[in-house]
Design a protein around this ligand. Structure first.
Ligand code: NAP
Length: 318
């Protein structure tokens, strides 16, 4: 799982995802040089101190010059401007990819800036934690996690066909060398799947923690004191980076609203079952959901350790 695959990799954004990728690249010896760029001088200084990049550059253009792989790793709302800035210096034959949590909007914002002869292959590693910033990264983040590539122009039928293109195969091999399993989807399907598996759960967590915070004055901090009763797990998710999640909801609006509609209907059904004392309906649902949890553990995507999520490092937050 090692050997140089790219001469120069430019990583634009050096938070959790960008720094973890740099660590994973270094672990596998996958690049001749890793050049990083972050927006603020503070993050650049910290990244230089931590040393996970060979070079920390003051501009995205400097990082990208001569790179044969460019990875956008900032919040998705910043991708369009970043792509526009680097377009003039992209090397012919280079692969541009990203780690953004939504795909249709990223394709919309980035594709128009990609020059002829440069390959844009969107991607999304389904790996994360609620931490952010350059200190939060670690090489193992992607180990055993899925990375979804959404080659452009793909429909559900031709995603496999597009996966055979050289640049897509090379990027897939790269993610495998970083520890991931690789899957292919079209961007729209990706956004629907992630809306229910990731975006809606985060929205629910933000909402329940917000509601409880408003109640807190009434209950004299009982919310914090008795948080182990389920609430604590929501607060972990609701501690995720506000900028990143604002951008996800603004850029996956349709899919999230669709899933939210379904969720609201199902919640009403639960409300009715509780109101009418329909224990069978509650029991049937709770049994089905427990089976789903078991399926996730059987698939190796989570651990059955009783207090998982408080001590384990990598998680499947995104
Ligand atoms: P993060 O830890 O908050 O890091 C974001 C990085 O992007 C920082 O280096 C930040 O620079 C930079 N940045 C912020 N705004 C920018 C702008 N307008 N222009 C240029 N750079 C900017 O975030 P992250 O968790 O690594 O997320 C990065 C991307 O990965 C997002 O697109 C997210 O959707 C995706 N993703 C996240 C997860 C997850 O669980 N966190 C999982 C999978 C994918 P400064 O520090 O200088 O502000």
């Amino acid at each position: 799982m090692s050997g140089v695959m790219f001469e120069r990799i430019a990583i634009l954004g050096l938070g959790l995802l960008g720094s973890s990728l740099a660590h994973a690249v270094r672990r596998g010896g996958l690049a001749g040089t890793v050049a990083g760029f972050a927006r603020s001088p503070e993050t650049r200084a910290r990244a230089a101190e931590l040393g996970f990049c060979d070079q920390v550059c003051e501009t995205a253009e400097d990082a990208v010059k001569g790179a044969d792989l460019v990875v956008l790793a900032a919040p998705v709302g910043a991708f369009g401007a970043l792509a526009q800035a680097i377009a003039p210096v992209l090397a012919p034959g280079a692969i541009v990819t990203d780690v953004g949590s939504v795909k249709t909007a990223v394709v919309r914002d980035v594709s128009p800036h990609i020059p002829d002869g440069v390959h844009f292959v969107p991607g999304h590693p389904i790996a994360g934690t609620e931490q952010s910033g350059p200190d939060s990264g670690f090489a193992e983040l992607f180990d055993g996690r899925w990375c979804i590539l959404t080659p452009i122009g793909a429909s559900e039928d031709d995603a496999t066909h597009l996966a055979e293109r050289d640049e897509v195969e090379k990027l897939a091999a790269f993610w495998r060398a970083c520890g991931s399993d690789v899957d292919f989807m079209d961007p729209h399907h990706h956004d629907l799947v992630l809306a229910i598996t990731s975006h809606l759960p985060h929205l629910i967590a933000y909402n329940i923690v917000g509601t409880a915070a408003d109640l807190e004055t009434v209950t004299q901090s009982d919310v914090i004191k008795y948080s182990a009763g389920g609430f604590r797990d929501f607060t972990r998710i609701a501690a995720s980076d506000p900028t990143m999640w604002r951008d996800i909801f603004l850029n996956n609006r349709e899919a999230v609203l669709e899933m939210l509609g379904r969720f609201a209907e199902d919640l009403s059904a639960l409300q009715r079952a509780i109101r009418w004392g329909d224990g069978d309906a509650l029991f049937t649902l709770f049994s089905r959901t427990r089976d789903i949890r078991r399926g996730i553990i059987d698939a190796g995507q989570d651990s059955a350790v009783p207090d998982f999520g408080r001590h384990a490092k990598p998680s499947q937050d995104d």
